[in-house]
Ligand binder design. Structure first.
Ligand SMILES: [Zn+2]
Length: 285
């Protein structure tokens, strides 16, 4: 491990000047810095064989199987299955195909299995249960704010923002809403899809309100925040892991819309979450 040993001293913690969401007085900067430092100190290595999980900030208590140990997992909205399903919807990956929500979820699951990306998620997951709502109506209702947020993320990454491509994502969101194909979808549909795997793949979280004040991006290969240590203070988004899922599951013309759909998802979830303050932080190396 000498050559590749992770050096936490080289990690930069950055807080964006602009919050993703703020409908009350901002928390003192010292408090946000403390969250960032704790997140940095909690960084834990994961491998290609570590299951993914949701960005949800609440502490992990046990697995669905009842096993008490929950390993530290890389995270994104809903877990890899839910995220890929939403990304494919918003990039129009299945455009022209008359598929139900269950068929789409099954198709994503096969792709992830083939690519060696292990399923994961949690019980009582709004990103999963309400996928049809946030990927449809919430995006449709918050287009201006989502376009502004996406544009900002593009500027930060040095990418050129194209409103025509952003609008294509909005059209796909409108299609999700109009189709009603997620009317019967719930996390039970997802657990059924996982079958026997659900016991190991699905985490149980503490019953607590969403109190996270930050959305922390981790842009470090193979490192993730320990959500149980940071619990209830910050959501975690693992950018290299998100890209791994996106690259595994989306190709062809839909690929052009990937970064637009990625930030539309974060913007929509920020709008849908009850949290009044969501500051944005980034850990990079
Ligand atoms: Zn969740």
């Amino acid at each position: 491990m000498t050559d590749t040993q992770f050096d936490i001293m080289k990690v930069t913690a950055h807080i964006s000047e602009q919050p993703i969401k703020l409908t009350k007085e901002a928390s003192p900067e010292a408090e946000l810095l403390e969250i960032m430092n704790d997140a940095k100190a909690s960084l834990t290595a994961y491998t290609e064989d570590t299951r993914g999980t949701c960005m949800d900030e609440r502490r992990r208590t046990e697995l669905k199987s009842g096993k008490p140990a929950v390993e530290v997992r890389p995270s994104l909205p809903g877990g890899p299955d839910v995220y890929l399903l939403a990304m494919r919807e918003l990039t129009g990956y299945h455009e022209g195909q008359d598929l139900t929500a269950n068929e789409r979820a099954h198709d994503s699951k096969i792709t992830l299995d083939n690519e060696g990306i292990l399923s994961g998620g949690h019980e009582e997951c709004a990103a999963d249960n309400l996928l049809g709502t946030w990927a449809g109506q919430v995006i449709v209702d918050n287009q201006a704010a989502i376009a502004e947020y996406t544009h900002r993320k593009f500027d930060e990454a040095g990418l050129e923002f194209d409103m025509n491509l952003m609008n294509q994502v909005f059209e796909h969101a409108a299609d999700i809403q109009a189709s009603g194909r997620y009317a019967e979808w719930s996390e039970e549909s997802y657990f059924d899809l996982l079958g026997a795997e659900a016991g190991e793949a699905i985490e149980k979280l503490e019953h607590a309100p969403h109190l996270g004040k930050m959305m922390i991006w981790v842009d470090i290969e193979g490192q993730t925040i320990d959500q149980t240590k940071i619990g209830n203070r910050a959501f975690e988004l693992n950018l290299p892991y998100m890209k791994r899922v996106e690259n595994a599951g989306i190709n062809g013309p839909a690929a052009e819309l990937v970064p637009y759909a990625r930030y539309a998802i974060i913007g929509a979830l920020a709008a849908a979450l009850p949290n009044e303050e969501l500051q944005e932080g980034m850990l990079s190396a």
